[in-house]
Write a protein that binds this ligand. Sequence first.
Ligand code: HQG
Length: 186
Amino acid sequence: ISPMDKMLQQISRILSYALRHHPEEFGIILDEEGWVLTNDLLNAIKKNHPALRWIDSATLRLIQQQNDKPRFEMIEGSIRARYGHSLAQLRIRMIPQKPPVVLYHGTTEKAILQIRQTGLQPQQRHYVHLSADIQTARLVGKRRAKSPHIVVINASDAFQAGIQFYKCNDTIWLSDSIPPLYLGDL
Ligand code: HQG
């Protein structure tokens, strides 16, 4: 990984922190769909991190486009995180969508025992995070476990039963809590 890529990765972490978890620490306010003016965010980051005085919207665009996963969305002078939110000030509003028949969730052997009892819960975040394919679920699970456990979600039945799903990008979906009834194993 080049020094430039490392730098962009660090800025990406700062973006995630500000746009998903603690916008108040940067003196910015997200709207109910998570958007903030790109210039406001840039000024806030420069103020909190003087070493990053040089960043501009092209830097953010580069991060948004080069990232291994599409974490951010940029339109007409605004930017937001696509998923991952945990901020206490407001619950980010997503547009519900009909999910694919099956979705996946990669987790630890320890968490799975609890998940079988109480279902998938958002925990610290606003929504449960799901993967569109097994490979993505494995990568998500690998953040916490060497050989992650893959939960298979019967999304079409859950959707029929009124549980809402939300698409973030081609690989990541969100949902409200999912009871054990709709969960299985790979
Ligand atoms: C577990 C990263 C006990 C759940 C990733 C997970 C993803 C339960 C943990 C995104 C439970 C929450 C989100 C229950 C769920 N009892 N444990 N009832 N229900 N859990 O980090 O899905 O790189 O909030 O299995 O790649 O791991 O940051 O969610 O292990 O896309 O862009 O509670 O974050 O993306 O952990 O990951 P998280 P997640 P970024």
